[in-house]
Design a protein. Sequence first.
Length: 519
Amino acid sequence: MRLLLPVLVLLIQALPGTLHAEPAKTDQPEGFTRQVVVDKARQLSQAPFAPAQGEVPQSLLDLDYDAWRDITYRPEKALWKKEKLPFNVQFFHPGMFYDRLVAVNVVDKGVVEPVPFDLAMFDYGNNHTLPEQIPAKFGFAGFRIDGPGDGPKRFHEIATFLGASYFRAMADDQVYGLSARGLAVDTALPEGEEFPYFKEFWIEKPGRKSASLTVHGLLDSKSLTGAYTFVVQGGKTTTMNVTATLFLRMPVNKIGIAPLTSMFLFGENTDERKVRDFRPEVHDSDGLLIKNDSGEWFWRPLDNPENLDINAFQADNVRGYGLIQRDREFNHYQDLEAAYERRPSLWVEPVGDWGFGHVELINIPTNQDIHDNIVAFWSPRDALPVGVPQTYEYKLMWNSGGFTHPPLGYVEATRAGDAGNGGQRFVVDFRSKALNLLLPPSKVEGVVTCGPGAVVSEQHVEKNEHTGGWRLSFVVRPNQAPSALEKVLPKRKPPVDLRAFLKINDTTLTETWNYAYRP
């Protein structure tokens, strides 16, 4: 599992453990419903945050990645394996940076039973002395869900809940890539980010013909608590219907609803690479896509900037957003092991109106592909009230990305390069079935707008016979030549907002492309 960059994530490793070593038993053993978790979250929010410490032996925390990966769950011990139910659950062992114990319960016909930790569940590989160092009463780091799909792998791993409030999923014929989180708190603020975590789960036992698996989670952190319900279903698109009820203990400066984290090292739009690499591109996602309440589709290519880059896109009653991996060509990556062309896209679709707010995109500088340096979430305009429950419902869809294309044309690729005299040339390829049908001499036009600080020139639109789409190219230059002093001591200038789309007559043909040009 990839770690976030140190600038935002060292806190997650420094936070102490948070759960009693023995899996907690519910106060209501029968008649379990989601309301039980909501009530627990409310009660927990009325008490001070009480992190526990020292639950995981230091010998486990000192394991390196290979040693921790050598501890594997025995598949024959999976929940419901012998019953041949549509879903199985396997568990992860604490250790390395997984320093919290998570309680897991099974709900069967309304009755709750804790899942006890058992050494016999795990094969410790070459870690021969570790079992004798584990306390008699212990817990898990997280769990994975195996379930049915629609492709050749009819039964495969579809989701994982592991580490703080992180979870991942994949659809048929995919590999794990970006992650989702339960909540983001004060991300990229100077005072540091707070990382809520799931301290307890309830997994409802599926029936023999169940098409989905329901998981409930209890979220906790210094500032708030939450009750989450995930209804997970695999297939060509792995979906999670999420209901989250939040209770604030204290005011929070910035809340991120339905946060996503991904990795972007370099791509076709990267004009200067920070590392030498045999691969043409390295990224789990290549763009942020937003669907506004007005019906406008908005595409922002991801970047690996020199400095922390935070962008807010107004999105009142947002209808959808996601981190998308549109590039599906192996030749563009040339990585046999990582298989970036098979990484899922993740689309968030709100249920109902979320009100006033914005989608925030954070690009964090990195020179390694082991870090998740991209964060995206929706943030409400107004601060959430303390002590008053706030419920958000949304659907998460993990897929190959095609389902997130807007009705007309979409951005297939963004390329950038030097244009001389301080300028930068942009080449944007748009594609769709509708654009393929438009042939010269169709009067397809590019509409390019540029914020203050720069000017656009050499704009040109032409048919791309190699893809069937249309290509827009233009040059952007600062609108003021640098002074003699700036040539010697260049000062950092604010980025200039660029937007572009294609139209024919008065008809808009494509989504809106957006970029931050840095003079």
